[in-house]
Design a protein around this ligand. Structure first.
Ligand code: PGA
Length: 227
């Protein structure tokens, strides 16, 4: 059972498209999404596409008036300047309200450590972006200024083997107890339309971060509806 003081808070349903989709595929996704009943209440939908799709999605979402917010999947730890390949917070803010920081794929494939992740969180906040800070367990360090954390156990990401809702709830509780400023903890890792409600009805879990199953608009819509 959710605590009473959580009832009014929106559930966050976040899509992480990772390194997927071209412009035409993103347009098809939006088209598919728009074709279905979009009566969404008490849920905030955030789509995190690759940088290349933020512009087209922003324009289409505005045009159609969809209840979707955008997030980036990464942010430069630096200000604008001579940083080849980086996209900085000021640039991201033109398109998005949120940014994922510390996803395990970035920690693993790009050696992002606590020091870099703290700088990324700092740059996000400096640019009025809300960081969604991903951690693999309850003891990971969480930089100052983070209010939304996504708990994503590595063995559950992309494997079809989600954590148990009971354990995820315990971890979410501990993260909140240990980090007074963290108000929302999401669960991520093999979330689908059949298991999403097991997580979202847990007392300490405030939403989900969805990878693979967010790539199909119909599946993602089912997840939103079942959450
Ligand atoms: P998955 O990915 O839903 O495909 O397991 C989740 C994530 O990595 O954010």
């Amino acid at each position: 059972m959710k605590k009473f003081n959580c009832i009014m808070e929106n559930l966050l349903i976040v899509a992480n498209w990772k390194s997927n989709k071209t412009i035409s595929e993103a347009k098809d996704w939006l088209q598919g999404f728009t074709n279905y009943d979009l009566r969404i209440t008490n849920k905030e939908i955030i789509v995190c596409p690759p940088f290349t799709l933020l512009g087209i999605l922003r324009d289409k979402i505005r045009e159609v008036g969809l209840p979707i917010k955008l997030g980036a999947q990464d942010i430069s730890p630096f200000e604008q300047g001579a940083r080849t390949g980086d996209v900085n917070g000021k640039q991201i803010k033109e398109f998005a309200e949120y940014v994922l920081v510390g996803h395990s794929e970035r920690r693993k494939n790009f050696n992002e450590d606590d020091a870099i992740l703290s700088k990324k969180v700092y740059m996000a906040i400096e640019n009025n972006l809300i960081p969604i800070f991903c951690v693999p367990n309850a003891i990971s360090s969480i930089p100052q200024g983070v209010s939304i954390v996504a708990y994503e156990p590595i063995e559950a990401i992309g494997t079809g083997n989600p954590d148990s809702p009971e354990n995820a709830d315990e971890v979410a509780k501990k993260i909140k107890e240990d980090n007074a400023r963290v108000t929302r903890v999401l669960y991520g890792g093999s979330v689908n339309a059949d298991n999403v409600d097991l997580f979202t009805k847990s007392e300490n879990i405030n939403g989900v971060l969805v990878g693979k199953e967010s790539l199909d608009p119909l599946e993602f819509l089912k997840i939103i509806q079942n959450a």
